[in-house]
Write a protein that binds this ligand. Structure first.
Ligand SMILES: Cc1cc2nc3c(=O)[nH]c(=O)nc-3n(C[C@H](O)[C@H](O)[C@H](O)COP(=O)(O)OP(=O)(O)OC[C@H]3O[C@@H](n4cnc5c(N)ncnc54)[C@H](O)[C@@H]3O)c2cc1C
Length: 406
C-alpha cells in the first residue's frame, strides 16, 4: 500500500461523512490536494503516478466520497495548467476547480467546424491588448459565461494551422453579443456569439503567439475524454451528470441532461427481460460500456498534463454509438408507447429526449466522421487526408467564410 493511499484513508477517516456540506467538502479536497492527484503540488496536485492516483481514487470511491479526478476531466483547469502563465494560474486555478468561473468554448464559426483551422475571427495587437472581431457559433453556455476559451487568427500570412492564438477571453464586455439558438431537443443551450472590437489582454494568451493549435489539441483532448467517459449506467442506460462538476464531465456544453434510465429495470417493467434478443442487446451495451471504460483509462494514462492522445477520439466515438444504441433499445422496450410524449408520459418523454440528445455526442467536440479520421491517421497509421492548403498562407486560402482578411 502506497503512502498516498494511507494518507487518503486517514484524511477520509478524519473528515468524510455523507452529510458534509458539498461545497465545503469540495474546497477541503482541493486545498488538501486530493482533487487533481497527478498534477504538481504547486497547483493542487500530489505529483502521483497514474497507478498511485488510481489507487487513491479507488479509496475515495469505496468511501463514496466525491472529489478526485479533476486532473483528467476538468477541461478548463487542465488547459490552464498546461499553457497558462503562473499569474493566470494563480488567478484562476482554484476557482476553476471549485467550479466558480462560468466558461464557454469559442471555437466553431459559420465557415469552420470540422475544419477548425479555417477560422476567420481575428485578433489584432494594440499595445498590451488584442482587439478581436468575428463570429462564433454553437457556443454552449455563452449566455452565462464569464470567460471563453477563444481561438483567433493572429497572423494571416502563415498557413492555416499556424497563425492561430489561444486566449482566455472575457465575455462580459461591450462588443460581445450572444444570441441563443434552439436545438432539436427543444433546449437552447448553444448560441451565436458576435464579437466586435472586443478586447483581451496579452497576458490572457495561453501558449505561444501563433501556436494556439497546439493548445487547442489539449483542450479538445480533455473535452473528448469527458464525453467518452460520460454517463452510461451499468446496464447501458444513460445517467445524468448532475453531481459532476460543471467544468468537468459536462465539458463545455452546460450540464448535459441525460435521463436516468436503467434499461434492465425498464426491460423488467415491460415484461421483456426474458426475451433472448433483448438480453443479448443489454449485454452488448454492457460490454461496450466496459470496453469504453478501459479505453478511457488508457487515454487518460497516455496523456500527461498539457498534452493529448488520439485514444480520446475512440472513447468519444464509442460513447456516441452506445448512446444511439441505448436509445434504440429503449424505444424497442417501450414499444408503441415510445410514440407518446409530454410530462404525463415521462419515460417516453425521456426516451425522445435521449434519442435526439445522442446526436449531440456525434457532433459536439468533433463529429463521428472527424473522430474516425483521427483514429485512422493517428492510431491506425493510415495515409492522411489530402490537404491542398497545408503550406499556403491563410490569406490566400479559399474558404467558405465570407469575410475577407483584415
Ligand atoms: C450540442 C452541440 C454543442 C456544441 N457546442 C459547441 C461549443 O460550445 N463551442 C464550439 O466551438 N462548438 C460547439 N459545437 C459545434 C461542433 O463542434 C461542430 O458542430 C462540429 O465540429 C461540426 O462542425 P460543423 O457543424 O461546422 O459541421 P461541418 O464541419 O460542416 O460538417 C458537416 C458534415 O461533414 C462531415 N465532414 C466534415 N469534414 C469531414 C472530413 N474531413 N471527413 C469526413 N467527414 C467530414 C461532418 O462529419 C458532418 O457530418 C457544438 C455542437 C453541438 C451539436
Amino acid at each position: 500500500m502506497s503512502d498516498a493511499v494511507r494518507e487518503a484513508e486517514a484524511f477520509l477517516a478524519a473528515h468524510w461523512s455523507p452529510d458534509v456540506d458539498p461545497v465545503a467538502w469540495r474546497a477541503l479536497v482541493i486545498d488538501e490536494r486530493w482533487a487533481a492527484l497527478r498534477w504538481p503540488s504547486q497547483w493542487f496536485g500530489r505529483d502521483l503516478s497514474d497507478d498511485d492516483a488510481k489507487a487513491v481514487e479507488a479509496v475515495f470511491a469505496a468511501a463514496g466520497a466525491p472529489g478526485p479526478g479533476q486532473d483528467v476531466t476538468n477541461l478548463w483547469a487542465g488547459t490552464m495548467l498546461g499553457y497558462g502563465s503562473d499569474e493566470l494560474k494563480a488567478q484562476f486555478m482554484r476557482r476553476l476547480l471549485m467550479d466558480e468561473v462560468a466558461m464557454c468554448l469559442l471555437y466553431s464559426e459559420p465557415g469552420a467546424g470540422s475544419d477548425l483551422a479555417a477560422i476567420r475571427t481575428t485578433a489584432e495587437r494594440d499595445g498590451d491588448e488584442w482587439v478581436v472581431n468575428g463570429q462564433k457559433v454553437w457556443t454552449s453556455g455563452a449566455r452565462d459565461a464569464d470567460y471563453g476559451m477563444l481561438i483567433a487568427r493572429t497572423d494571416w500570412d502563415q498557413p492555416k494551422h499556424r497563425g492561430i492564438s489561444f486566449f482566455w477571453f472575457p465575455m462580459r464586455q461591450p462588443g460581445v453579443e450572444v444570441r441563443p439558438l434552439r436545438q432539436a431537443t427543444g433546449d437552447a443551450r448553444f448560441n451565436e456569439v458576435f464579437i466586435t472590437d472586443a478586447r483581451v489582454p496579452d497576458t490572457n494568451r495561453l501558449g505561444n503567439l501563433n501556436d494556439g493549435w497546439r493548445v487547442l489539441q489539449t483542450a479538445l483532448f480533455y473535452e473528448r475524454v469527458a464525453m467518452g467517459g460520460s454517463m452510461v449506467g451499468a446496464a447501458g442506460g444513460a445517467r445524468p451528470t448532475r453531481n459532476a462538476p460543471r467544468g468537468a464531465t459536462a465539458a463545455a456544453h452546460g450540464s448535459i441532461p441525460v435521463p436516468d434510465i436503467s434499461l434492465v429495470k425498464l426491460a423488467r417493467e415491460m415484461g421483456k427481460a426474458g426475451d433472448p434478443l433483448v438480453r443479448q442487446q443489454l449485454m452488448r451495451l454492457h460490454s461496450r460500456r466496459q470496453v469504453n471504460q478501459w479505453n478511457g483509462e488508457r487515454a487518460k494514462a497516455a496523456a500527461a498534463a498539457g498534452s493529448s492522445s488520439p485514444l480520446a477520439s475512440l472513447g468519444k466515438l464509442f460513447m456516441a454509438q452506445i448512446l444511439h444504441e441505448a436509445g434504440h433499445l429503449q424505444g424497442e422496450l417501450l414499444g408503441m408507447s415510445a410514440l407518446l410524449d409530454g410530462d404525463q408520459f415521462p419515460t417516453a418523454r425521456d426516451h425522445n429526449y435521449s434519442q435526439l440528445n445522442a446526436y449531440f455526442f456525434s457532433i459536439g467536440g468533433g463529429t463521428d466522421q472527424v473522430q474516425r479520421n483521427i483514429i485512422g491517421e493517428r492510431i491506425l497509421g493510415l495515409p492522411k487526408e489530402p490537404e491542398v492548403d497545408r503550406d499556403v498562407p491563410f490569406r490566400d486560402v479559399r474558404t467558405s467564410g465570407a469575410a475577407s482578411p483584415r
